[in-house]
Design a protein around this ligand. Sequence first.
Ligand SMILES: Nc1ncnc2c1ncn2[C@@H]1O[C@H](COP(=O)(O)OP(=O)(O)OP(=O)(O)O)[C@@H](O)[C@H]1O
Length: 645
Amino acid sequence: MEDSHDSSITGSQEMESIGLSKRSGIYLTWKDLWVTVQDKVGGRRPILQGLTGCVQPGEVLAIMGPSGCGKSTLLDALAGRLDSNTRQRGEILVNGGRKQLGFGTSAYVTQDDILMTTLTVREAVYYSAQLQLPDSMSKSEKKERAEATIKEMGLQDAIDTRIGGWNVKGLSGGQKRRVSICIEILTRPKLLFLDEPTSGLDSAASYHVMSRIIKLAQQDRRTVIASIHQPSSEVFELFHNLCLLSSGRTVYFGSTSAANEFFALNGFPCPPMRNPSDHYLRTINQDFDEDIEQGFGEKRSTKRAITLLVESYKSSENFQQVQQLVNDIRLQINVGSVEKTGSQKSGFITQCLVLTKRSFVNMYRDPGYYWLRFAIYMALCLCVGTIFYDIGSDYGSIQARGSVLMFVVSFMTFLAIGGFPSFAEEMKIFSRERMNGHYGVASFIVGNTLSSIPYLLLISIVPGAMAYYLIGLQNGISHFAYFALMLFACMILVESLMMIVASAVPNYLLGIITGAGIQGIMILNGGFFRLPNDLPRPVWKYPGYYISFHKYANEGFYKNEFQGLVFPNLQVGGPSKITGDEILTKYWQMDTSFSKWIDIAIVFGMVIGYRVLSFGIVKGMEKLKPMIRKCLACSAKKRTDIEDE
Ligand SMILES: Nc1ncnc2c1ncn2[C@@H]1O[C@H](COP(=O)(O)OP(=O)(O)OP(=O)(O)O)[C@@H](O)[C@H]1O
């Protein structure tokens, strides 16, 4: 049976091999592609083992195989998105050259639907259109493109339905999948990667979605690669070529129509009335190793069946043809010919405005972002206001004022951490959109900052006023204005701190713990629990004291409250009255040589510093990841060369 392998594949491929250089579109080839990860004992475990293949304009390639066989890894490797802990070896060429796939050239639809759950389908796609499509397109053109794409994906009936999340039931899983696809095909990219585009869709929806994607591919000679789990026979037939993997090895690469013949000739004919793709997957799934029925009533173990098929493919004429085609593409395609379809994206100002608006709407609709916090602040301020009600101006009120202000600086600002889960969700969306090049890091930071200002102002003013006037802190609107402004500055600072944490620690539970820990240290260093002069002095006071924003916030709040007031002095032997300035220097050991406005300016300066730092971290990570991967690939290559010698 094995002798007949070559002849079984001959003639089954309908790949182009002549006149490639005259063709437009994207030719993607990969040759001897290996991807490895570190295993538990310090060695390297291969995920992809020497894969070779190609995909051409107008074609849709299906990557299939059992769960964990490396489908997503192959997609990620081809799209240049592998994790930094993986190492890649082999050659991936775009139109015959080592080109970076940029915005407008390629798009990637991830397996998880990371969408803004508070938006409707129309809003999600339209905001995305505004971000991705160039400023040269009018608003109405962008709207039209968004609506046409929604229609293409069969979502017109759900157009005004919210995507839905933990608090609101919205779209079904399959509809969310289609929204994700809509967003990525808005720019009509020349190369499209789809990770499980039909997961969660029923067979009719899968068919319609895939046939629309295939139409898109053929319309403008787009190149499409999709990993797919369990296509129905109708969907399977839509694909032009199939890359069948098992444990990172190629079992079959060639036209979908010839796969049946390949399996039959190797002794695994597809039984009548069975979906061919189900048959292939069952034949090569070794997770539940069972005997596979071979032709003529014979049975073989799955492992043996896979080895046989892999070896058979390697020695087949089909494999030679694929290699030949990969070489032809490399030699004939003009390296510089990567066309960019929508390479022009919206400008910085448009991105900032759209992101501000989108984020503002999301914050308004997501109760977990600010509204819950607003309610808690109201309750807290009512509590603080009643506990410290009408604080008076006797000697005992000095300590009480200090305590209540410290509570405001530490706990009330600490609570800003509560919005972190919602913020982490927004960061996930940012990461997906950023990976696909929809907009820049700076636009995101500006958008997030501007959209949060109205909510933070509201929280500082309304509950703040309730607490301020119930307690009876220093009279005068300018004093209250300073109090509210400093509270606002502290809250936006904590949010900026959490932005840094989220850039470095994307998991929100870990993020909350990290953020809470950092704030705990800062509170301790703020100069209240241990007065400034009593702090240890390794070099110049305790360094944490200067880094902690609580120091400046405390100073600002205290100066605002105490300066201008006079209290009776009950200390034996002292004068009968004590001024606010004396309290600041003697009791609280604060530096009064500069004004409270300097303190607030320092806090606002820290806000800017923190936001710039998060920009730097995100940018740095983006730059660092490819560098690390490049270095690792180089060292892996050197090691292999040495081993070969
Ligand atoms: N960055 C990584 N670090 C460690 N292991 C990884 C990494 N990426 C992938 N793997 C492992 O490689 C194997 C293949 O993973 P991959 O996600 O590519 O499979 P898949 O075929 O897409 O699976 P599924 O169909 O279930 O999504 C899995 O065992 C996975 O755990």
